[in-house]
Design a protein around this ligand. Structure first.
Ligand SMILES: Nc1ncnc2c1ncn2[C@@H]1O[C@H](COP(=O)(O)OP(=O)(O)OP(=O)(O)O)[C@@H](O)[C@H]1O
Ligand SMILES: [Mg+2]
Length: 219
C-alpha cells in the first residue's frame, strides 16, 4: 500500500516535471520568436526613422535603439535559460561551462571543475544535473552575496557527484522554497540524493550536493 502510494507520488512528480519542461520550451520559443522578432522589426524601423531625423532627435533615437538592443539580448538570454536545448546542442560539460560563465559577474567568480569523460549519463540524469546546477547557481547569485562559487562534477566510486559551493552568507536557517524543493523532486526522479547545507572547511557559505548512484547512469 505504502509502496503503491510512493510509486504513484513519484509518477505524478515525474509527470509534473515533464509538463514543466514542456511549458518552459513553449515560453522560450514564444519569447524568442514572437517578442524577439517584433523587437527586431522595431529596431529596423527606428533605424530608418533615425536616418531621416534632424540631429538632436537622431541622437535620442540612437539611445532608444541601444535600449531595445539591450532588451533583445536579455530576452535571448532568458530564452536560452528556459530551454535546456543547450544540453542537446553543446553536451552536458559545455552546457555547464556556459552556465558558469553566464553567472560570473564583476562581483562573483564562478569556477568550474568538470570531469572530462562524462558522456553516457542518460538524458534524464543530464537534465537533472543541469537543472540542479542552474537552480544552485541562481540561488548563489540571488541570496548568497558570495565572491566565489565552485561548480564541480566528477565521477566517484559510487556514481556521479555534483557540487555547487559558495563562500557567501550561508543559509542562516532559511526555509526551503520552491527552488530547493524542485531540486529534491528532480533528484528523487533519478534515484539521486540531494543535500543542501553549510559548505564545510571554509566556515561560511553553502553547498548543494547531488549524488547520482552508478546504477542510474546509463538510463
Ligand atoms: N547559496 C545560498 N546562500 C544563501 N542562502 C541561500 C542559498 N540558497 C538558498 N538560500 C536560502 O534558502 C531559501 C530557499 O531557497 P529556494 O531556492 O528554495 O527558494 P528561493 O530561491 O527563495 O525562491 P525560488 O522558488 O524562486 O527558487 C532562499 O530564499 C535563501 O534564503
Ligand atoms: Mg531559488
Amino acid at each position: 500500500m505504502l509502496d503503491r502510494l510512493e510509486r504513484e507520488r513519484a509518477t505524478s512528480a515525474a509527470r509534473a516535471l515533464s509538463a514543466q519542461e514542456a511549458e518552459r520550451q513553449r515560453i522560450a520559443a514564444e519569447l524568442h520568436d514572437e517578442i524577439g522578432q517584433t523587437l527586431t522589426a522595431v529596431l529596423l524601423e527606428l533605424k530608418r526613422v533615425a536616418d531621416h531625423a534632424p540631429p538632436p532627435a537622431r541622437d535620442e533615437l540612437h539611445e532608444v535603439q541601444e535600449t531595445i538592443r539591450t532588451s533583445l539580448d536579455e530576452i535571448r538570454r532568458i530564452a536560452r535559460r528556459l530551454r535546456p536545448g543547450v544540453l542537446e546542442e553543446l553536451g552536458l560539460v559545455s552546457a555547464l561551462k556556459a552556465l558558469a560563465a553566464e553567472f560570473s559577474t564583476a562581483g562573483l567568480t564562478v569556477r568550474h571543475a568538470l570531469d572530462g569523460d562524462l558522456t553516457g549519463l542518460g538524458r534524464d540524469v543530464e537534465l537533472v544535473l543541469y537543472r540542479v546546477a542552474q537552480e544552485g547557481l541562481t540561488n548563489v547569485a540571488r541570496h548568497a552575496r558570495a565572491r566565489a562559487a565552485d561548480l564541480r562534477l566528477s565521477w566517484t566510486p559510487d556514481g556521479v557527484d555534483l557540487r555547487i559551493r559558495d563562500d557567501g552568507t550561508g543559509l542562516r536557517g532559511a526555509a526551503e522554497g520552491a527552488g530547493i524543493q524542485g531540486m529534491r523532486e528532480r533528484a528523487l526522479l533519478i534515484g539521486a540524493e540531494l543535500s543542501v547545507g553549510p559548505a564545510d572547511g571554509t566556515g561560511t557559505g553553502t553547498e548543494v550536493h547531488l549524488r547520482v548512484p552508478a546504477s542510474d547512469e546509463d538510463r
